[in-house]
Ligand binder design. Structure first.
Ligand SMILES: Nc1ncnc2c1ncn2[C@@H]1O[C@H](COP(=O)(O)OP(=O)(O)OP(=O)(O)O)[C@@H](O)[C@H]1O
Ligand SMILES: [Mg+2]
Length: 444
């Protein structure tokens, strides 16, 4: 649970920079997790004074009003947002949720189908909506019929990972940390046992989006030649209540039977973030189930390595970080120059090219995530296509194209650090975010 200290310190930060909108949103989110919606409302309304048309603030405020039962004002806000952007999955989702809550289940399902039809954010949308809709639409059969979602259609197949550390460019510090914290204990189990230490347990990778967490997890499995099982928690949460626990248990059992194995929970913050949305008790159940699987209460997790990745470690229940659970935490920073060069190389390797100096491009892309680099390449390619169509021949991609494109893409990791920084400075219990501080060159 988010403690008072965290909130108080973030509020102090807000006093220092009262127009910091992301911070308003973030604190409001924490209040929502504690179900203190009135506080969240006050914060968000205050944020709107600074930026009356801020979309994210309006969306969050609509959600808060929804939770407070102030449905008509919640609907007004969401309708305003949809007027400006009728294809936004989050807006549509919220709209569907409000319709469902106000007894307009047919309309809600229509909007839900629209989200699906347009292929907007498929994974996420059904989760929230269904969880909320369960509360209001008559019974589960009814929803099943209407939305045609199969029960329990989730299968997690163990795979042999086809990447290892040689595919991961740069990131030497992270690789070393993974070697020491993960690989050595697993490959020298006897030695560790002699010192009374067990191989296995949980490791949490955190860092800004698009910077290689998922990629590293898979490469780690390849490195130890373990079976790799990737579990999207959103998939598990998507299950019917009660079934998700069973699924989670089966997944762990499967990993226990195939040691050495790496069980990877991607986007583990879904548990924390979704919890406030879910009916309180069911969310709690799933978390408890997860914790007892991690502890290996009834069974033995030896040889099972549990990795998890998150962009928002501050959303995770502190219970996750107790010894034996996710007690080892690794910061995955934005790709360094070598990593950026490697990523660009992977992305351009099949293209016609001419004297491409990727190191030069990478040098200009400080602070860019993998996803940002993809945007750079995409923009350059579009440009190239345009000239190719004009000239009637296939133009090769050059350094110049990429450099020009890089100026059009703002590095997205800055935003993440703006939030992370607040936590690292004001809520750095047990030195949890020391790596973030040193990345930002902030002395403690
Ligand atoms: N060090 C690296 N070397 C080579 N490729 C990389 C590296 N880091 C990232 N990439 C590439 O960038 C892409 C994005 O990385 P990835 O999906 O692992 O990020 P993530 O941190 O899991 O992001 P998110 O938080 O959004 O899930 C990967 O598919 C991979 O191709
Ligand atoms: Mg990922």
């Amino acid at each position: 649970m988010i403690d008072n200290k965290t909130i108080e310190s973030l509020k102090l930060a807000l006093e220092a920079s009262p127009s910091n909108i992301p911070l308003h949103i973030h604190i409001a989110d924490l209040y929502c997790q504690r179900e203190e919606f009135d506080h969240a409302e006050t914060l968000l309304r205050n944020a709107l004074k600074f930026e009356p048309d801020h979309k994210e603030v309006k969306l969050q405020l609509s959600k808060v009003y929804g939770r407070e039962g102030k449905f008509s004002i919640a609907l007004v806000l969401i309708e305003e947002l949809l007027e400006a952007d009728k294809n936004n999955a989050q807006f549509l989702e919220q709209y569907a949720s409000l319709l469902a809550k106000t007894g307009q289940s047919k309309e809600a399902i229509k909007v839900q189908e629209e989200i699906k039809r347009k292929g907007l954010n498929e994974e996420d949308s059904s989760v929230d909506f269904l969880n909320r809709a369960i509360d209001v639409v008559e019974g589960r059969e009814r929803i099943l019929e209407d939305t045609n979602i199969e029960e329990g259609s989730l299968d997690i197949e163990p795979i042999q990972s086809d990447t290892d550390f040689s595919d991961v460019g740069g990131m030497e510090k992270v690789k070393d940390e993974i070697r020491i914290k993960i690989i050595l204990p697993l490959t020298n189990q006897d030695l560790y046992k002699a010192y009374g230490k067990k191989a296995g347990g949980g490791i949490l990778l955190y860092g800004p989006p698009g910077c290689g967490k998922t990629f590293l997890a898979k490469a780690t499995a390849g490195e130890v030649k373990a079976q790799f099982m990737s579990v999207g928690l959103n998939d598990i949460l998507n299950m019917w209540i009660g079934q998700s626990e069973e699924r989670l248990h089966n997944t762990f059992e499967m990993a226990r039977k195939q040691t050495p194995s790496v069980l990877f929970f991607d986007e583990v913050d879904a548990l924390g973030a979704k919890r406030s949305d879910m009916r309180q008790s069911s969310g709690r159940h799933l978390i408890n189930q997860f914790l007892s699987e991690l502890d290996g209460v009834d069974t033995d997790n030896e040889g099972v390595l549990v990795l998890a990745a998150t962009n928002a470690p501050w959303h995770l229940d502190t219970a996750f970080r107790r010894p034996g659970r996710f007690d080892r935490i690794i910061f995955v920073p934005p790709p360094d120059e070598t990593a950026r060069t490697q990523i660009l190389k992977l992305m351009t390797k099949e293209m016609p090219q001419d004297k491409l100096d990727l190191i030069k491009v990478a040098r200009k892309c400080d602070g860019f995530s993998g996803a940002d680099l993809k945007a750079v390449v995409d923009i350059a390619v579009e440009d190239l296509l345009r000239t190719s169509i004009k000239s009637g021949k296939v133009e090769p991609i050059t350094t110049k194209h990429l450099l020009k494109a890089s100026k059009q893409v703002p590095p997205s990791t800055k935003e993440w650090f703006a939030t992370a920084r607040n936590h690292a400075i004001y809520a750095n219990e047990a030195g949890l975010y020391d790596d973030v501080l040193s990345y930002l060159n902030i002395k403690r």
